[in-house]
Ligand binder design. Structure first.
Ligand code: UT7
Length: 355
């Protein structure tokens, strides 16, 4: 058996479009070794939203599956949630900040445009040897972050990569727009990647995709170099999430089903082989529809949206934490993570769970 940090020929670890010589190159298997999540205590219920916009609990629950979301107090930022989640991961593995090589914060709500949230987190964790960066892929961010971090370890360049999916969506949601404000919440999920001592456990494969032609379906129009903040952009409420919900819904169901089927097919599995399906939590109806298209029992597709809403970068770590805590996710389970988000972005990662 290979020890941590050792090298092994793992031809199965395939990159999309890899040539035979590329996929047979020397790589290390990479595992998730810890997950820690932080959810702010303050709840925003459907009843609270009824007082803010023309909506009601029946509509929200029937159309989305959401009853509550957690949101931060004024003054709390994405790095604050990230640091709390990261501390839990370090505690679980009995590590210090200085044991981390790389920090990737997957977010669309950085504390500020620069420095990156990863730099702020690095400082507060005392991760003195780490480098890091923010990764913008919206709801697919954590799948992109995990697969990016895994490559760093697989190549032998790094030993421990901390991937944090974190968002304070309450800071960019328009609480006058009933079509979006009912959907989102705030949270952070930190995931530690390390070399796998067992070559059969860890990340087996991934697929990441971008279709920029759908960028207009879900975006924040102002605040970047195209439309810097101005009195006009503020007056036009352009610093908030704008979404064509129906189009995103259809894309999410189609694309998540497609990438799940493809990643299973090319690794010789069928949906029946999957123990746990960790889908991005955007809408309970999307989760049910994807499970249905895959012909999977709905209870394998983890659904925690009722309590948290859509927390963008944090949804998949939160869902993983739920099944780890209730004992449903066990070592050796076949797990698919899959997400779709603004961009449009999509990603799937196939794991043999390692702890
Ligand atoms: O994580 C990023 C990816 N994002 C997503 O995956 C979100 C995908 N989209 C969705 O989840 C759904 O499209 C929504 C939940 C956003 C909307 O649900 P829908 O079933 O697609 O509703 P709709 O937009 O077709 O609207 C149906 C009706 C409309 O009224 P009319 O035009 O039929 O009179 C809306 O104005 O529901 C109305 N409506 C609401 N009514 C009460 C929209 N939002 C609300 C609301 N409360 N909050």
């Amino acid at each position: 058996m290979d020890g941590p940090g050792s090298w092994a020929v793992v031809p199965h670890f395939s990159m999309p479009k890899a040539t035979p010589s590329q996929s047979a190159r020397l790589v290390r298997r990479v595992k998730i070794s810890a997950i820690g999540c932080y959810v702010p205590p303050k709840k925003l219920t459907n009843a609270d939203l009824e007082k803010m916009v023309d909506t009601n609990d029946d509509w929200i629950f029937a159309r989305t599956g959401i009853r509550t979301r957690h949101i931060v107090e004024p003054g709390v930022a994405t790095s604050d949630l990230s640091v709390e989640a990261a501390k839990l991961v370090l505690e679980q593995r009995n590590l210090k900040g200085s044991d981390i090589d790389t920090i990737i914060v997957c977010t669309v709500t950085p504390d500020m445009m620069f420095p990156s949230t990863a730099c702020l987190v690095q400082d507060r964790l005392g991760a003195t040897g780490a480098w890091g960066f923010d990764l913008i892929a919206a709801c697919s961010g954590t799948v992109y972050g995990l697969t990016t971090g895994a490559q760093m370890i697989a190549s032998g360049a790094q030993e421990r990569v901390l991937v944090i999916g974190a968002d304070t969506m309450s800071k960019i949601v328009d609480y006058q727009d009933r079509a979006t404000c009912v959907l989102f919440g705030d949270a952070a999920g930190a995931v530690l990647l390390e070399p796998s001592e067992d070559p059969d456990l860890g990340l087996l494969d991934y697929i990441n995709e971008v279709d920029g032609s759908g960028g207009h379906m879900l975006y924040m129009p102002a605040g970047g170099s195209r439309l810097p903040a101005s009195p006009e952009t503020l007056a036009a409420r352009m610093h908030y999430v704008h979404q064509d919900g129906g189009q995103v819904f259809k894309y999410a169901v189609r694309k998540m089903s497609e990438v799940c089927v493809e990643i299973l097919r090319r690794n010789g599995f069928t949906p029946e082989d999957v123990d746990i399906l960790l889908l991005h939590q955007a809408n309970g109806r999307i989760i049910s529809a994807v499970a249905d298209k895959l012909g999977m029992p709905e209870n394998k597709a983890i659904n925690i949206i009722e309590e948290y809403g859509n927390t963008t970068g944090a949804t998949i770590p939160l869902a993983a934490r739920e099944v780890l805590n209730n004992g449903r996710l066990k070592k050796g389970d076949l797990v698919v993570m899959c997400a779709v988000g603004a961009g449009l972005t999509a990603g799937a990662a196939l794991w043999r769970w390692a702890y």
